[in-house]
Write a protein that binds this ligand. Structure first.
Ligand code: HEM
Length: 427
């Protein structure tokens, strides 16, 4: 059974894109040129290709190089809420127009930032499946676009809205972008929020953004939401992405030759605001996961939940997986969010969904998660023999007013990145 909070979150999610993108609900109303653009280049359906494996060379390397110059987005190019994808597009690691396939995004995130293969696949497929066009295998890194192809028929819940669609992947308490509730713009860099990021880095990080600053700033942004946003929610996948995004800058925006987990604030601004690699930037020294998010989480542990009756009514959702339950987050995203968007796909769409769930699963394999087949297997044809409704445990009585959690003593930890010298070799 799906919990009440999950239902509220998804209801908001499904209502929000319609309000945000009233002009793009279908191809109706597009100009001739837009329609031609939308329909051209989409031939016969073929099953989407699998994502690439790990990089052959996974060490430090100049990435702001002559082959990847910064070029600001031109007319019609799309940018969105992820400063890293915007950077990859501005430097040509992914398509400069902001429309890309998931396999190329995985490749770009590995090549440009040395994000490890599993984290690239997990992040990318979690976002792609709920925001992209599964038939054409294209997603917009920002707003909904006809360039990802026509929406599949008879799936009214599936918005194919691009990465800035609220609450199916994009969510509340971003570090430098406003909540959807604060006017609907979830993708523009917000200077006021960035000043908070600087303040916390100065107060807790000694002038650098590091794990200690991240732990404090993550809690602050969650508290901001709880106190000012009546629709505030942080359940899967947002709980995962919020913590992953808190450590990604520490893991992947520190120059790989520096490799000490201490992000310079001028470099932070370069990524967050300008979506630009600093001059001479070298990617991380080794493929990076987000596993040190556990350190950040331990500073102020937060359980998944939402404001259920206005501000300051944060309630823990016992049905939603907790941050350390990665298999649970994977299953919840497929069994709950994806299935709500696509309750009864058939034909090519069914084939594409099965393929994408499998590609998503390959990111979880090494963690020992079990593969799931909520839409059946390829060999089942149109029949969903393996279909079984997910068996989520019944919700316990909600706990109201659990935030702010009682302050926890700062754990003593040795930052795994701090002691590591710049030993990696250059390409
Ligand atoms: C692999 C494909 C990726 C996808 C699909 C993706 C998607 C997204 C999305 C949708 C958001 C907005 C979430 C929100 O704040 O509500 C976001 C934010 C963010 N992403 Fe990515 N991302 C990817 C890779 C990366 C990489 C490689 C990095 C770092 C090198 C990164 C760093 C960040 C950061 C720091 C934010 C938070 C922005 C803020 O809170 O102000 N992402 N990403």
């Amino acid at each position: 059974m799906v919990g009440f909070l999950s239902f509220v979150a998804l209801a908001v999610a499904l209502a929000a894109p319609a309000a945000a993108f009233p002009a793009h609900g279908s191809l109706a109303g597009l100009s001739r040129q837009e329609l031609d653009d939308a329909m051209s280049g989409f031939g016969e359906y073929t099953r989407p290709p699998p994502p690439p494996g790990p990089l052959e060379y996974g060490g430090v390397k100049l990435v702001n190089d002559a082959d990847h110059p910064f070029i600001a987005p031109g007319e019609g190019d799309i940018r969105g809420p992820c400063p890293a994808l915007n950077t990859l597009a501005n430097h040509g690691y992914i398509s400069r127009n902001g429309i890309e396939s998931p396999s190329n995004i995985v490749r770009g995130a590995m090549e440009g930032f040395n994000m490890n293969n599993d984290l690239s696949k997990f992040t990318c497929y979690a976002a792609f499946m709920v925001n992209g066009n599964l038939i054409t295998d294209l997603v917009s890194i920002g707003e909904k676009s006809p360039k990802t192809g026509p929406d599949p028929k008879e799936q009214p819940m599936a918005t194919i809205g691009g990465l800035n669609t609220h609450n199916v992947f994009e969510g509340d308490s971003s570090m430098t972008r406003a909540d959807f509730y604060d006017g609907g713009d979830v993708e523009s860099f917000n200077e006021t929020l960035f000043q908070g990021f600087i303040e916390y880095s100065n107060r807790f990080g000694g002038g650098r953004y590091n794990l200690t600053a991240a732990g404090q700033f993550r809690l602050k942004r969650i508290q901001d939401g709880v106190q000012h946003n009546p629709t505030f929610t942080i359940v899967a996948p947002r709980l995962f992405s919020a913590y992953s995004e808190a450590v990604n800058p520490i893991n992947m925006w520190v120059d790989g030759r520096q490799d000490d987990g201490q992000l310079r604030l001028d470099h932070a601004r370069s990524f967050f605001e300008a979506a630009r690699f600093p001059d001479d930037f070298h990617r991380a020294a080794r493929p990076m996961s987000a596993d040190n998010e556990a350190v950040v989480h331990a500073i102020h542990p937060i359980e998944p939940g939402a404001n259920i009756a206005g501000v300051n009514t944060y309630t823990v959702d016992r049905n939603a997986p907790r941050l350390d339950d990665k298999c649970g987050i994977f299953e919840y995203h497929v069994n709950h969010t994806l299935r709500t968007l696509y309750p009864n796909p058939t034909g090519n769409l069914l084939d594409a969904i099965r393929a994408n769930i499998h590609y998503f699963y390959t990111a979880m394999e090494a963690r020992g998660c079990t593969e799931i087949f909520p839409y059946g297997r390829f060999e089942d044809g149109e029949s969903n023999n393996y279909y079984a409704p997910p068996d989520y445990p019944e919700v316990e009585l909600p706990e109201l007013g659990t935030l702010p959690f009682p302050p926890v003593e700062l754990p003593t930890y040795s930052d795994p990145l701090v002691d590591v010298g710049p030993g990696a070799t250059t390409a």
